[in-house]
Design a protein around this ligand. Structure first.
Ligand code: NAD
Length: 350
């Protein structure tokens, strides 16, 4: 593993924490703290190699910095990965040891939940560090705030795609009806949206559809149904080499992280006349929610701040038009510029 060349001068610091007695093998990557503390989740996953874990930590930390910057938060970006199987290896000793590692960074990195970690785990991490958000005594599950931000963000998408922000009467196909997806579906149904839902959990999606008067389709059909808006709220990339030719929607806007398998798929969507709301812009409500904890948590304020997402999307779409680039490129540029500006201010203050 080539450590320093992998950092390419971009990353502020990386902590490797190892406590063999409890099986701790953690990598905490801090992309930047120039805008503020680096907030990011704890991913617990049985990575196939240390190299894979290290690369994921770097990729995810940078993505968090971009998400925070696009949302206009005074927060940097970081991420922790633990090489462990969450079903087998996640003991209280491991989580406490991990908390000690977070604590050694002195607040440069503030952790929260991610794949493989839960609110209950964060409560144990909090026994050994105060640099943790999203515990049961803190802001808790961010999903309702994420859904709220997406719902509002969809209005900016509708305005750009259809010339008016109202979602009423529009047809939305939603893939995934978990924590964010179910909350979003309820908000959309209440606004008079025609909803088509899909989830691999057939019983759960049927129950939700019955409650909301929505239609259900098999997951494998969801991406190619003609509709106004496609809302990816499941896991993994949806815009891939295999799916790119099959979309019959006018716009894509949803919760899932990393919706594009490859950056060049943004151009393919634009060429097909499909408006794409960059995932890290429209799904920032969860991060806005945990960041709010740093100011003394207030759920009403977090929801109100998530309503800033449509404004950010409008700015992204405007820049994309002005610069002749895709919304993804425009969002990346915007976030990159904000981080560079924070770095410049910090250097000037030294
Ligand atoms: P979740 O696990 O509660 O829900 C995911 C749902 O997707 C589940 O119901 C699952 O059955 C379903 N699913 C999985 N594969 C599917 C497929 N192929 N087709 C249809 N359905 C499928 O997760 P969540 O917290 O609701 O998050 C959803 C997505 O949003 C994830 O990509 C997550 O990273 C992202 N996200 C979540 C938050 C948050 O606040 N929870 C914030 C930002 C981004």
């Amino acid at each position: 593993m080539e450590v320093f060349s992998s950092l390419s001068g971009e990353f502020e610091q990386v902590l490797f924490a190892h406590e063999p007695e409890c099986g701790l093998r953690a990598i905490i990557a801090v992309y930047t703290t120039a805008p503020g503390p680096a907030i990011g989740g704890t991913r617990i996953y049985p990575f196939p190699s240390e190299d894979a874990a290290f690369r994921d930590a770097l990729r995810l930390a940078k993505a968090m910095a971009y998400k925070a910057a696009a949302a206009g938060l005074e927060a940097g970006g970081g991420k922790a990965v633990l090489i462990a199987d969450p079903r087998r290896d996640k003991t209280p000793e491991l989580l406490r040891a991990y908390g000690r590692a977070v604590d050694r960074l002195g607040g440069a990195y503030i952790t929260t939940a991610d794949a493989g970690s839960t609110v209950v785990d964060l409560d144990i991490v909090a026994e050994t560090t105060r640099f943790v958000t999203g515990t049961s005594r803190g802001s808790g599950d961010p999903s309702p705030v994420t859904a709220h931000g997406i719902w509002h963000g969809m209005r900016a998408v509708a305005e750009e795609a259809f010339g008016e922000p109202s979602l009423s009467g529009r047809h939305v196909v939603q893939q995934g009806t978990g924590k964010v997806g179910s909350a979003l579906a309820r908000l959309l149904a209440a606004e008079g949206v025609r909803l088509t839902l899909a989830d691999v959990d057939r019983a759960a999606v049927e129950a939700l559809a019955k409650e909301l008067g929505a239609e259900v389709v098999p997951p494998e059909e969801a991406l190619s149904i003609p509709c106004d808006l496609l809302a990816p709220c499941a896991l993994g990339p949806v815009v891939t080499a295999a799916t790119i030719g099959g979309f019959k929607c006018r716009a894509i806007a949803g919760a899932a992280n990393n919706q594009l398998e490859r950056p060049e798929h943004a151009r393919a969507l634009a060429d097909a006349g499909i408006l794409y709301a960059p995932d890290f812009v429209i799904n920032a409500g969860g991060l806005i929610n945990v960041e709010d904890e740093l100011h003394g948590y207030d759920r009403a304020r977090a929801l109100a701040r998530a309503e800033g997402i449509p404004g950010t999307l409008r700015e992204v779409f405007r820049r994309a038009r002005d610069d002749g680039v895709t919304p993804s490129e425009a969002a990346d540029r915007m976030a990159g510029e904000r981080i560079a500006e924070a770095e410049r201010r910090r250097r000037a203050a030294r």
